[in-house]
Design a protein. Sequence first.
Length: 389
Amino acid sequence: MPDSARHSLPEPDVLSAAHEDVVREHIAEKIIASGGSIPFSEYMALALYAPGIGYYTAGSTKFGAVGDFITAPERGNLFAKVLARQCAAVLGETGGDIVEFGAGSGRLAAGVLAALEKRDALPETYRIVEVSADLRDRQRSLLTQRVPELVDRVRWEDTPPTSSWAGVAIGNEVLDALPVERFRIAADGVQQLVVGCDDLDMKPRWAPASAALAENIERLQSQLGRQLPEGYESEYCMMLEAWLRAAAGRLKRGAVLFSDYGYGRNDYYGDERTRGTLTCHFRHHVHDDAFINVGIQDITAWVDFSRTAEALDAAGLDYIGYTTQSQFLLGGGLVEMLEERGRDRRIAAEARELTLPGGMGERFRVMGFARGLGTKLAGFSGRDFGGRL
């Protein structure tokens, strides 16, 4: 990242800077214990999820205007209301629970529960799979404030369901936060980014890829039908299939819905994307330097929805649809909701933010898979982009 770009970011406050030193010290200890370097995926996992101090496990505010970024549910209630309609359709056939992975601030859960209560379509239990104790507390506080009569219906869990269940699994901006490997195509083969340290300074460097990563990148190039050019850099999430298998594998009847920013495989690894998609968020500034603001900024990578679809198919689920957020919202009832509210400028502005081409409406995609479900979901009734997977 150029120094000019570094200088364009706001300076961390005193407490954040002190917290960053704690995270750096923790990662440095892991690097030293591992013999001098760790894979980028391990570095990313520590920066985001180290118990009690990682970005998602410590106490800073991540979401909304005073955090680092704003997700669709943080912009208002429209996204949650449309999603609730899809959940109601599924639950009407299957009964059972809603399982939300990584519920963020809790706003999506609150909005979905409120909308489902109005439809008399509440799940038996709303299960939130959340690894962060701090976020659990924030979620419980927000739900208590917004839907106090429904908090007893919510249960927090450490892991995805381990026994058979029915209902709907939802994940909004979860897949992008799974740790990834950074790889590069070199003249002598595939390389991967590893991270060393000099005192508390993180020192990334390229090294020969592990056998597992090299094999996956060779398979990737075979699937693409072409060799990536020398010097090409990108990401590969080694844990994606295992995570999706754990998330959806025990669903006996119902649907899984994931919304995130991403591409199909050919677009993800397109010729114009030679540096990959790794993105950092700090105080609403977007940049690509994962080695500053360690533990106090978000680190993400866009989602390969082709691999996501293949993994869910391999888990025995059936394809429902893959579309843009804009098409999903419009098909799912957004227009009717706007008509019901009349000339409410705030709601109209929220709808524009969620659906505008070139913004969230096109960059974010929604993917649905199901098992044993006869119900058609209106959110996927518009244009389907499955041909791009």
